[in-house]
Design a protein around this ligand. Structure first.
Ligand SMILES: Cc1cc2nc3c(=O)[nH]c(=O)nc-3n(C[C@H](O)[C@H](O)[C@H](O)COP(=O)(O)O)c2cc1C
Length: 171
């Protein structure tokens, strides 16, 4: 099995973290992984808010009901729809930002870090709350908060491969 495939299978949602802070250089490496993602017409309509101050992390967790885990760092990924590639009235910003998020999650595994993707958009109350807490302007839509830290739990690697969901040539 290739190293990258092994890393992809090892990526699991980690919801328990040690107190060890994540060095800034590692957070920057995660952001580099994010910004290496594919995006429609390479428009890269993303913005990242990186949180390491415990009070700000706590303020964010207050408004995210399913993100109440003890990660020392959080990266909030927002999209800017007007910057995204629009074709026939459709806009790809969600896909672009999701690709960036997944790149971060996989890169984190290779760095010995744990992550969990916690959802914000399209829950409008959560979008408004996160905008208020982090000062995100109306032109940007917070899509997800990625919690980052050193894992305090271990989960088995797995593929979830399901042949029944695969259709060769025709659905
Ligand atoms: C769009 C999206 C939103 C998610 N939101 C949350 C969340 O709010 N809280 C949480 O604990 N996990 C969240 N997750 C993580 C999923 O629960 C998790 O990926 C899934 O159960 C599979 O487990 P695994 O990540 O270990 O493979 C989210 C994942 C995605 C893709």
């Amino acid at each position: 099995m290739s190293d990258i495939l092994e890393t992809i299978f090892k990526r699991r949602s980690i919801r328990s973290f040690t107190d060890q802070p994540v060095p800034r250089e590692m957070l920057v490496d995660l952001l580099k992984a994010a910004m290496a993602a594919p995006s429609a017409a390479n428009h890269r309509p993303w913005e990242f808010v990186v949180l390491t101050e415990p009070q700000i992390v706590a303020d964010l967790k207050d408004v995210l009901p399913y993100a109440k885990f003890n990660a020392p760092a959080v990266i909030v990924v927002s999209g800017r729809p007007e910057q995204g590639y629009t074709e026939s009235g459709g806009n790809y910003w969600v896909q672009d930002c999701s690709a960036a998020i997944e790149n971060m999650l996989i890169a984190a595994v290779g760095m010995g870090l744990g992550t969990v993707w916690t959802g914000i958009y399209p829950i409008q109350t959560r979008v408004a709350d996160v905008r208020r807490v982090l000062g995100i302007p109306e032109t940007a839509v917070p899509l997800a908060a990625v919690l980052v830290g050193y894992p305090a739990e271990a989960k088995p690697a797995r593929t979830q491969y399901n042949e029944a969901r695969v259709h060769w040539e025709q659905y």
